[in-house]
Design a protein around this ligand. Structure first.
Ligand code: AMP
Length: 360
């Protein structure tokens, strides 16, 4: 089986690495010839919204998938005339737009933060915002890792934020009071079988994922999340990995956003689960049986942001798994991550604290 992956970033790299032992080869589409996945397969140079480039990739492989949600859905639809495409373009299209994403969640009775749409400056002027009722203005498209967002606590700030964000269609979300943030990673095979990883607890700094600890042990929330995401997977005839991020509130889970792909909050699965999210995505899109999502212990993942720490210092801490994506340093850029796995949760947390203080 040959898989074409749109995007050759670190997620593409980890997908490519997972494919190798299965005897599956990957090719990539990216705008950079030296992107992180370059060592794992040939990179076809092209833009993610270039229909011809995506179709070109499709003509060389058995199935096209993506490591990034910002691929043009029409390019995937065109690719589907040449080979299989997974996940479906319709879900990728919904994930690209915060309004469509919220509407999709509503279709499945999955609760989200209350919001209103901002289509022009008039909508910002009409917004009821105050110190007691702040809102997060988020552009509908192309926002990620905290980009494309402004917290506002007055109508004049809302008007200014709408302008600073480029006067593009946006939504104004109510702030959710949350006790924590979790994500559920689910995977569905072509045969229809599904598997879910345990919920994991995520901490964001400046809108960027900083750490993940798994499992988040709450059987009721796990069941609730699995039933929502399971329905979404089934009814959209989804194939591959899907991630949904939630806020944990006093009223249960509230969905924040979804990623129709492998996700940063699932990097711990490489060492912490029987089958990683990357291998399960490859298995799903290659029409193979899914692997077990059982954990191999408690796991913690630390994102390395901005620049890589000294390799020997990190590796001197026993049991630390280091992943270096080979990216050049830049503030706010995810350049690698570390994972720890331990049979004891309290020992894991102690080791994790030591790792964090060594790196900072
Ligand atoms: P997002 O880009 O939507 O994932 O937002 C990045 C981070 O900002 C989230 O992981 C939360 O920590 C925070 N955030 C986003 N939306 C809300 C909200 N409605 N209420 C409270 N915090 C939020």
């Amino acid at each position: 089986v040959k898989i074409g992956i749109v995007g050759a970033g670190q997620l593409g790299r980890m997908l490519g690495l997972a494919a190798i032992p299965l005897g599956i080869s990957c090719r990539f589409l990216d705008k950079a010839h030296d992107a992180p996945a370059a060592a794992l397969g040939a990179i076809r140079l092209g833009a993610l919204d270039d229909v011809d480039a995506v179709v070109g990739l499709a003509s060389e492989v058995d199935v096209v998938t993506t490591e990034i949600e910002n691929v043009a859905p029409e390019a995937l639809e065109a690719a589907a005339r040449h080979c299989r495409v997974a996940p479906p373009a319709s879900v990728i299209a919904a994930a690209q737009d915060r309004l469509f994403e919220k509407q999709l969640f509503a279709d499945f009775d999955i609760p989200t933060a209350a919001y209103s749409t901002l289509d022009g400056p008039r909508d910002a002027e009409a917004l009821v915002v105050s110190q007691d009722r702040p809102r997060l203005i988020k552009t509908r498209r192309l926002g990620y890792d905290g980009r494309g967002q402004r917290l506002v606590s007055s109508t004049s700030e809302a008007i200014a934020a709408f302008e600073t964000l480029g006067s593009v269609p946006a939504i104004a979300e109510e702030l959710v009071g949350f006790a924590g943030e979790v994500s559920l990673i689910g995977v569905r095979a072509r045969s229809g079988s599904m598997a879910f990883y345990p919920l994991c607890a995520n901490v964001h700094r400046d809108g960027i994922l900083a750490t993940t600890i798994a499992p988040y042990r709450d059987a009721d929330l796990q069941k609730q999340a699995e039933s929502w995401v399971g329905r979404l997977l089934e009814q959209t005839d989804y194939v591959g990995v899907l991630t949904v991020e939630f806020f944990v509130t006093s009223n249960g889970l509230v969905a924040n956003e979804m990623a129709p792909r492998v996700h940063n909050s699932g990097h711990w699965t490489i060492e912490g689960a029987e089958t990683s999210q990357f291998e399960n995505h490859i298995r799903a899109v290659a029409d193979l049986p899914l692997g077990s999502t059982a954990m191999r212990g408690h796991a913690a993942m630390l994102n390395l942001i901005g620049a890589m720490p000294d390799r020997s210092t990190v590796l001197a801490l026993a049991g630390t798994h280091l992943h270096d994506y080979g990216k050049s340093p830049r503030p706010g850029r995810k350049v690698g991550h570390c994972t720890l796995v331990d049979s004891s949760r309290s020992r894991l947390l102690r080791r994790f604290a030591a790792l964090q203080s060594t790196i900072s």
